[in-house]
Design a protein around this ligand. Structure first.
Ligand SMILES: *Cc1c(COP(=O)(O)O)cnc(C)c1O
Length: 447
């Protein structure tokens, strides 16, 4: 798993952009491999997304029963799309930036059960696994009312099986809470610097939390080893899991309904820009896949990464994907955006989205705090620092030369830019304890 030792000097010589990454400059990278026929040759298609959505639908009555907070939505785990015009005004007032189009926030930060975007992929993967083993054991049929999963005999059945995951925090929360609810034995491997409150929430849910010195990569490796050595054990592989990826992609189907409800058109005259915070890549990659399947070339997806951990940019720009990590170019990967503190991107995701992704931009930690405070003051929305990387894009891109060239190259007219819609995908925040949130907020208050 260790990377072949790339020499930093050689990498920078071959890819001059890496010099700026090394100096932690905020920058915008446009993906040269974006293709207008990008949807055609993918190994997953729209039918896969629809099958995955049908699976969540089968589980919906059970979810509504065991997580009463989801009952009102019929056991479907979804989040609001809200207009953030006051945020736009506040940003324009604080700087000379002129922002085009209408701004929206997709509030996965407020998803039920786990309070982050991981409530999509993580929960989907556990449900997929639970269904698979219950079907194989003859305990469940597809036509059954899945409410029976809450019965004691199912708890006993799942207790013979275990789930293991390595996580910076939020994935562990969603996998841990869902697995424990079904009755699985579940272990979450975390790096020692993962937030204490996340470990506390998990332990109070009966999850076995194992802490590791060192970074996320090490936590994942330990998890993988433990899982392989254990019978009836499923390892949730954040870097390679197709189920996680599909779980995220389902978001696009619901977003489509929300766009219609809000009279948001997506066509040549009304381009849609979506800004997605990226860690290992599964969440933003799955959502990009879903959105591109539904809306094609009039939607433009950009990933956001912290300047200290731009692993996807590094992997895609060099074409080395998961063979290279940010430490190879002299970065430490340490950032307040703990959901994005990943040194090595998923190779599976990087390659998959090569023809779909418009670009990636990087954001400094202080900007995340600044925007956290502006968003709280203008819209009353509570997000964690990672999530603000999405809002940062709306501001940063429209003021970047690279983006202006992209707009020209995509033949997006000035009028279309004026009609454009921008969705900042908020990825976490609801569950952050107030005391911790106040500390974030204070760091963004202008003296
Ligand atoms: C996990 C996470 C992301 C990114 O998801 P990846 O699948 O790791 O790319 C973004 N924001 C938050 C808050 C997260 O927890």
């Amino acid at each position: 798993m260790n990377s072949p030792a790339f020499s930093k000097t050689e990498l920078i010589k071959k890819f001059p952009l890496l010099e700026k990454l090394n100096r932690q400059r905020e920058l915008t990278w446009i993906n040269p491999l974006l293709s207008p026929s990008g949807n055609e040759k993918l190994t997953l298609q729209r039918a896969d997304i629809e099958q995955a959505a049908a699976r969540l639908q089968r589980f919906a009555p059970y979810i509504a029963q065991v997580f009463p907070e989801t009952a009102e939505q019929g056991g479907i785990i979804e989040s609001p799309l809200v207009a953030i015009a006051d945020f736009k005004n506040a940003v324009q007032k604080n700087s000379d930036a002129m922002l085009q189009g209408s701004l929206w926030q997709k509030c996965d930060s407020h998803l039920p059960i786990a309070g982050s975007i991981k409530a999509r992929g993580g929960i989907y993967e556990i449900l997929f696994h639970a269904e698979k083993i219950a079907l194989a054991a003859g305990k469940l049929k597809i036509e059954d009312d899945y409410n029976i999963l809450a019965n004691e005999d199912f708890q006993e059945f799942f207790a013979q099986h275990s789930i293991v995951v390595g996580s910076t925090g939020n994935l562990g929360l969603s996998i841990g809470i869902m697995s424990a609810k079904l009755g699985f034995k579940v272990s979450v491997h975390m790096s020692a610097d993962a937030r204490q409150w996340k470990k506390d929430v998990l332990r109070s849910n009966g999850v076995n939390v194992i802490e590791h010195e060192g970074d996320y990569g090490k936590a994942v490796e330990h998890g993988r080893k433990q899982a392989l050595a254990t019978e009836k054990c499923h390892f949730v592989d954040d870097e390679n899991s197709q189920q996680l990826f599909l779980g995220y992609s389902i978001a696009a189907l619901h977003l489509q309904k929300q766009l219609i409800e809000n009279n948001i058109l997506v066509d040549a005259e009304h381009p849609l820009f979506v800004y997605l915070p990226c860690g290992v890549g599964g969440a933003p990659g799955g959502i990009t896949f879903g959105i591109k399947q539904l809306f094609g070339n009039h939607v433009h997806c950009f990933f956001a990464e912290p300047t200290a951990a731009p692993c996807m940019l590094l992997g895609m720009h060099t074409g080395l994907h998961d063979e290279v990590c940010v430490q190879d170019i002299g970065l430490d990967g340490l950032t307040c955006a703990d959901g994005l503190a990943v040194g090595r991107a998923s190779g599976f995701v990087g390659k998959f989205i090569e023809p779909l992704l418009s670009g990636i931009y990087t954001v400094a930690d202080q900007r995340l705090y600044d925007l956290l405070t502006v968003l709280q003051d203008s819209e009353g929305l509570k997000l964690e620092p990672s999530a603000l990387a999405s809002n940062a894009g709306i501001v940063a891109l429209q003021n970047s030369q690279e983006f202006l060239e992209y707009v020209k190259q995509q033949k997006i007219s000035l009028q279309a830019m004026a009609n454009s819609n921008h969705i900042a995908w908020a990825t976490g925040g609801r569950m952050v304890p107030d005391e911790e949130y106040q500390q974030y907020y204070q760091k963004g208050v202008k003296s």
